[in-house]
Design a protein. Structure first.
Lengths: 131, 363
């Protein structure tokens, strides 16, 4: 039987140097949030990040007090980082494949709020049940 | 979903909550390479979007483009977008064949004249109409006939966009692209061999959302996906800037993940979204897997002078250029890119025609 050696690619530290600028962008976004309430969303899939760098960024941000898991068109995870107001939002499909990855700097991500249409529909259901 | 039902209504009918719809819009914005701030605008537009009729014609192709789009086995954002269109003709996917299939195409054309989207994959042979036919109709004749009532044409894959592999020297079938034949319709080129599935559906989503074609570059490609070179967005770019290159596929440089330029990477002259959108649900892309970019989304990529030959070879001194690159950073990259394009042109001119006999002798 032929034995093949697996080629291990070494990953350098901070290969693209994009982690530090992203942290600064988040810092600026937090200042904006405090000054005028303006929120910021960063799409992590639009940036060139080397293998391991995204994890490094997430490790830098850490985890805070809130961890929410939604079930809407597949699961989503919404995590407040150790910096209040900085949220990591990850969307998955029903096979748990990532379909979107964002950092939101805001009081609370919109997806966590109950939506008007859903509230209205829920009220109708409750009224029907009580009738 | 009927043709008059809006996308918002259809999703609600399927039991998808508003929260689910907003998630769908966030993923769609990401897929269309639009800023997240546009999510509310996308939600408002998609809520009202109606189901467009799509006619998909496959000519001289390998079906890789359709495979790319339909590869997923589970509901995805791409799948939802794909479900939203009314795919009225696609001879690889539809159950009908022959006369019944052609009747479906003609009915869709008549019912939606001036409004349907025409998607084409594969090149069109002009050498002899008999080289490629569907139900006895030549590709050229079917394209010209179906294009008449199209609101827009999407050329999916490098074959439809630029001729692709069938067009490669010596081009035995006289293959041409869609834009070589159609001059009076908006044409969106979505090249790649195959294109990234999210890019195909991203273009469809853009049309659904805004009712217009996206901004295109000089080669007819959507700038949102093809606006930057692979090289500019490549995570190995810092190694290029420092002059650190893998010389073989198993040397120290390769193990350390250095730049693949000297192994023939066409990243500097190739414009596509692979380095950020990536493949297989955003898992990886060829360079991340250790292989140079082949340049498959560029015209005549097959005749570019060898997949494993550096763009600047044989005359340019890579080491010297790399030293300049360290000093001048991105500017040197641009200069090398321009130099590489000139080389590519020369390589195309010098390309020799290879016969079956030559291949047999070589093997």
């Amino acid at each position: 039987m032929m034995v093949t050696e697996t080629l291990q690619v070494e990953i350098g530290e901070d290969l693209t140097h994009n982690v530090q600028p992203l942290l600064h962008e988040i810092r600026h976004a937090l200042v904006t949030l405090l000054d005028d309430g303006g929120s910021t969303v960063i799409d992590l899939r639009s940036l060139p990040l080397a293998p391991g760098e995204e994890q490094k960024l997430l490790d830098e941000l850490g985890q805070g007090e809130v961890f929410a898991r939604l079930q809407a068109l597949g699961p989503s995870e919404i995590i407040e980082t150790r910096y209040p107001g900085v949220w990591v939002v990850m969307h998955f499909n029903n096979d748990n494949e990532v379909i979107g990855k964002f950092i939101e700097v805001c009081d609370i991500p919109d997806l966590l709020r109950s939506q008007q249409e859903d509230i209205r529909q829920g009220l109708e259901q409750l009224q029907t049940q009580l009738a | 979903m009927s043709k008059d039902e809006t996308l918002g209504a259809a999703l609600r009918r399927q039991g998808i909550s508003r929260r689910g719809f907003l998630k769908f819009c966030a993923a769609t914005a990401s897929m269309m390479a639009l800023p997240p701030a546009m999510v509310p605008a996308i939600a408002a537009a998609l809520e009202k979007a109606r189901r467009p009729s799509v006619i998909w014609l496959s000519f001289q192709e390998c079906t890789g483009c359709t495979e790319s789009l339909t590869r997923s086995h589970s509901p995805t954002v791409e799948g939802l977008i794909f479900d939203t269109i009314s795919l009225d003709y696609h001879h690889t996917l539809q159950a009908a064949a022959g006369t019944a299939a052609e009747a479906a195409r003609e009915a869709a054309m008549e019912e939606n004249f001036g409004e349907y989207i025409l998607v084409v994959d594969g090149s069109i042979p002009l050498g002899n109409p008999g080289f490629s036919t569907i139900a006895g109709i030549s590709n050229q004749s079917m394209l010209l006939d179906t294009a008449k009532g199209a609101a827009a044409i999407i050329s999916v894959g490098t074959c439809a966009a630029y001729g692709g592999i069938p067009h490669a020297s010596p081009n035995p079938t006289g293959a041409v692209s869609v834009s070589d034949l159609i001059k009076d319709k908006p044409i969106i080129n979505v090249p790649g061999c195959p294109p990234i599935p999210m890019v195909i559906t991203g273009v469809l989503a853009h049309f659904l959302t805004f009712g217009a074609i996206p901004e295109l570059d000089e080669l007819g490609r959507p700038k949102a996906f093809y606006g930057k070179s692979i090289h500019d967005r490549c995570y190995r770019r810092p190694f290029y800037d420092k002059g650190l290159f893998a010389e073989t596929f198993d040397d120290e440089g390769a193990k350390k993940g250095w730049c693949l330029y000297k192994l023939g990477c066409k990243g500097p002259t190739t414009y596509n979204a692979c380095a950020t959108t990536k493949w297989n649900e955003g898992t990886s892309f060829p360079i991340e897997a250790g292989h140079p970019c082949l340049g498959c989304s560029e015209p005549d990529f097959w005749d570019g002078g060898g997949f494993y030959k550096a763009l600047s070879m044989p005359t340019e001194d890579i080491a010297r250029t790399a030293v300049y690159a360290v000093g001048a950073g991105a500017a040197a990259g641009v200069a090398l890119g321009a130099m590489s394009r000139a080389k590519k042109k020369r390589a195309e001119k010098a390309h020799k025609k290879v016969t079956i006999d030559d291949l047999e002798k070589g093997g």
